[in-house]
Write a protein that binds this ligand. Structure first.
Ligand code: 5GP
Length: 178
């Protein structure tokens, strides 16, 4: 059965305004540094494209693909299934995520990328669900803190669909997480 969207919880206008602020902040924090933006696919693709263009210093772009949730649930397993194409040794890496939930993905990715010896590694996420955190992870830039609901749109999926929705919405059928 097709799911029906609930109301948007973050509108396109709110998204635009917040990403502009994040871009400004990142620009100021990384001026004079060798910034590599590492996007976590697929979920971060829309945020990444907007964020990169809101940053006013030259950056290198790179991407990794991780396996994550099937349907609305976690498998509990995180795996990096592609490699970086850039050499990040000595560079300033900013990991760009769609959402930090339990924190397991970010912890795994930071640990894995740290082995490539970047000068610094920080994390920027569009969304964070602080109440769902099971481990303590440092998040340096957060777009929006959201409650315990399963969200779709703006890059985020449900069963690989809805990523192209231009705003963030709660799916009615899987909206409330336990
Ligand atoms: P974590 O490892 O922090 O528990 O989960 C991070 C990943 O879980 C995200 O990159 C995303 O793929 C998925 N995820 C967590 N919450 C949501 C959600 O509300 N909606 C969608 N579409 N994916 C989510």
């Amino acid at each position: 059965m097709e799911r029906i969207f609930g109301r948007p919880i973050v509108t396109q206008e709110e998204m635009r305004a917040r990403i502009k602020e994040l871009g400004k902040q990142i620009t100021s924090d990384y001026t004079g540094k060798d910034l590599v933006l590492v996007g976590v696919l697929k979920g971060a693709y829309a945020f990444y494209a907007d964020l990169a263009r809101a940053i006013r210093i030259p950056v290198r772009v790179d991407f990794i693909v991780v396996t994550s949730y099937s349907k609305a649930k976690t498998s509990g397993k995180v795996k990096m299934v592609t490699e970086l194409t850039e050499d990040i040794e000595g560079k300033d890496v900013l990991l760009v995520e769609d959402i930090v939930d339990s924190g397991l993905t970010v912890r795994y990715l930071v640990k894995t990328l740290a082995k490539r010896k970047p000068r610094t590694i920080k994390v920027c996420t569009l969304l964070s669900k602080p109440e769902r955190r099971t481990i303590d992870v440092a998040i340096d830039y957060v777009g929006f803190k959201i409650p315990n609901q399963y969200v779709v749109g703006y890059g985020l999926d449900y069963e690989q669909k809805y990523r192209n929705l231009p705003y963030l919405a709660v799916l009615d059928k899987v909206g409330d997480q336990e």
